[in-house]
Design a protein around this ligand. Sequence first.
Ligand SMILES: [Zn+2]
Length: 124
Amino acid sequence: MKFCTVINCMDGRIQLPVIQYLQTYFKAEFVDSITEAGPIAGLAQGGADPRTDGILKKLRVSADLHRSLGLAVVAHYDCAGNPVEKEVQLEQLKASIKFLREVGPNLEIIGLWVDADHRVHKMY
Ligand SMILES: [Zn+2]
């Protein structure tokens, strides 16, 4: 069984588009989902955010036990958990990826943006 991993917002509108995108991108059958409300707001601050530890623990389970093929971090339009401009979100997304490359498992990491029409765009 082939897995990949996503750190996604809990927003129900974006779950299926992101899963379908990642099944194709990483050629994986299953997408392990780690969800928070606007996770990039915390991850951009690295270890300073109280949610980071839990995210990293789940990420290790997916990487080590499921031998995940890759990781995506997601930002999206109209995020209730992280209500800031797209430009700010993209900076947070970039910072989140940088942090995860430093402390996370050795996986390919990509950054996705989901737009108002639920289309998925690879930004990083
Ligand atoms: Zn959101």
